[in-house]
Design a binder for this molecule. Structure first.
Ligand code: UFG
Length: 318
């Protein structure tokens, strides 16, 4: 049986990956320092090593018996990255370098990496393909791009088999036999969880109503976390020695902030209290993926629409 190391397996996306990998017949080791993740989110069937990707000894320990790595661990807040660029370079870039060094020592050659649409920055085309220029507009995106470049180097120099998956807006939750696995950030910055936290006293802030879009609010490409992880499991089977590929993961459809609010109101059967406020710094107007490459290379298609995402987030929070 194949054992996979999942770094960041106590986080929102990582914990769902762990549970789905185990259900698919993989054995799993989790490496997580619990700085933003939750121990309770780690599936009890997984082996857990509490440690950081900044600590080589912890990485070496967690790689024992593994044949492949899915690398989620890292800092992931755009706003925080603007305030603390060094932290993002250290954890995301140095941490990933440590991981690749330890993989080399342990003879583990397969890696699927959690990259981001933030690597593209402000897109110049209506849909973003992997051929689009990478021009990150914040340190978070820059750190993810550096790791993509590192993987390309290591595939050429060391024969590493690698895929970087560039996520667009991940949403949704997974119901398991021991409860829901869902987004639990503090503070929460993401739109869909914030919609369901909104009250009359603390309404949802709609960031900008003067964007060049049909209803003047930002358009994003939302992908259900379960579809996203299915693509990772396909990627694990698709990596090829000495080959690095970059693949976008989204749904290929764009929805405005207002459309997401309407879908959430339908799912919850209540109005979502909201107020219009200024634009948020660093937001592009429109960010929608071309997912043709994912469909072709991974033989994968997203199956869950925006309604499924908001329903799962609503049900997981209630
Ligand atoms: N938004 C609001 N109110 C909120 C939160 C968000 O109006 O309370 C808006 C944002 O302005 C944006 C949209 O909802 O237009 C989505 O915002 P999110 O914060 O949910 O997600 P982002 O698009 O900012 O970020 C996502 C990922 C990042 C990644 C980025 C790529 O979460 O990790 O896409 O650009 F870097």
């Amino acid at each position: 049986m194949t054992r996979v190391l999942v770094t960041g397996g106590a986080g929102y996306i990582g914990s769902i990956a762990v549970s789905m990998l185990l259900d698919s017949g993989y054995e799993v080791t989790v490496l997580d320092d619990l700085s933003t993740g939750h121990k309770s989110a780690i599936d009890s069937r997984a082996t857990f090593v509490e440690g950081s990707i900044l600590d080589s000894a912890s990485i070496a320990q967690s790689l024992q018996g593994c044949e492949a790595v899915i690398h989620f661990a890292g800092k992931s807040l755009v706003g925080e990255s603007v305030e603390k660029p060094q932290l993002y370079m250290q954890v995301n870039v140095e941490g990933s370098t440590n991981l690749l060094n330890e993989m080399k020592s342990a003879g583990v050659k397969k890696i699927v990496f959690s990259s981001s649409a933030a690597t593209y920055g402000e897109p110049t085309e209506s849909t973003v393909s992997e051929e689009s220029a990478a021009n990150p507009s914040n340190p978070y995106g820059a750190s993810k791009l550096k790791v993509d470049e590192l993987l390309a180097e290591r595939s050429a120099s060391d024969g590493v088999a690698a895929i970087s998956l560039r996520y667009f807006n991940v949403a949704g939750a997974l119901k398991t036999s021991s409860g829901w696995l869902r987004e639990r950030h503090d503070p929460e910055t993401h739109l869909i969880p914030n919609i369901f936290k909104a009250t009359q006293e603390f309404p949802l802030k709609v960031f900008g109503t003067d964007w060049p879009t049909p209803d003047k609010t930002c358009v994003r490409d939302y992908i259900h976390v379960v579809d996203l992880i299915n693509a990772h499991i396909s990627a694990l089977k698709s990596v090829q020695p000495a080959h690095h590929q970059i693949i976008n993961l989204g749904s290929g459809d764009g929805y405005s902030v207002r459309q997401v609010i309407e879908a959430a109101a339908r799912a919850s059967g209540r109005e979502i209290p909201s107020i219009d406020v200024e634009r948020r710094a660093g937001d592009p107007a429109v960010l929608v993926a071309s997912i043709e490459k994912a469909k072709k290379v991974l033989r994968w298609s997203p199956m869950r629409d925006l309604n499924a995402m908001v329903e799962d987030v609503f049900n997981s929070a209630n």
